[in-house]
Design a protein around this ligand. Sequence first.
Ligand code: MLT
Length: 404
Amino acid sequence: MYTINENYLNLQGSYLFSEIAKRVEAYKEANPGADVIRLGIGDVTQPIAPAIIRALHTAVDEMGSAEGFHGYGPEQGYAFLRNAIAQQDYQERGCKIDPDEIFVSDGAKCDVGNIQEIFGLDNRVAVCDPVYPVYVDTNVMAGRSGRFDPKKGGFERLIYMPCTQENDFLPELPAQTPDLIYLCFPNNPTGAAIHKDALQKWVDYANQNGSIILYDAAYEAYISQEDIPHSIYECEGARTCAIEMHSFSKNAGFTGLRLGYTVIPKDLVCNGTSLHALWNRRHGTRYNGAPYIVQRAGEAVYSAEGKAQIRQQVAYYMENARMIREGLARAGFAVYGGVNAPYIWLKTPKNLTSWDFFDLLLKEVQLVGTPGSGFGASGEGFFRLTAFGTHENTIEALKRIQRL
Ligand code: MLT
């Protein structure tokens, strides 16, 4: 008789965004024709930029000719894309990252979920609280987390780093030393950004303690202020303690195309074993590479025209962020984020729980957001709105909240 991976039984409920979708569908079924505005999951709404669409068309046509056809590509990604990433995302920012330290993939969500596979099950994992649930759930699935402890409001073996109003939603160095540390800046869900000197402290801490930082930089394109690092490799010493993940979803509208990458510097060596070599082995075994046409689209993101067009898109979403931030503040809410990130984190009114506020918004004004408690115990009493809607929906959503 077969058995199952019992670690899955330790997972808490369903995946956050599936749970939200389920509740919204149930509401719509009971209220046909309801005009529901979704500012929940961070999914983009603007069409893909023309320069990227053109690159897609060209690549599709190439695939239809004998000379232009591409079958399996290099699992790590085509050189044309890895070179563009290394040059524009790193070398031009003064970071020493070589193209062959970049692994192209079908998105940052898969990479942040999969990366833990190359680490031992005995590693102690630190996560921010609140946190993007993929970091926690994938460690639970692997059996690295222990059981859920209701008293702790989290998993036995995970080290939680509370991010609260008191610490400006920036985690403090944990008292108990972790082996793996997940950091995401600009942050999902709180929208907080970290200054370079504060991130440098984490890099120094990781190097001193033999820890690895798993740095999720999915939202770096939304940074608007000086002195906020776009990459952890802007910090001294990060090549010996950090792995970084990036996404094309949020900066270039690729949520439906799927493209991302992970950087593993060759200086990351654990007792003589190269992490780059381990990940390369995993990638080559489990993955046949992102589609050629999507990688060509990714290349267009780095063209002069592509960059100008996606800068406009980022500005469009950040205008939504500004409207939400200022509109909610005027309505008396305590609001955070939305300056260097496309997420606005707000305190629920009248001490409502996050899910009660979710239900209230859905039922009374047909607006969907994300309950803060879905991201962890410290998210209770908070709520996340995304700036990825259309201007029209964002304005209408604010009117509805004000009416409520
Ligand atoms: C979110 O809403 O937190 C993100 O869009 C989810 C994701 O990127 O997977």
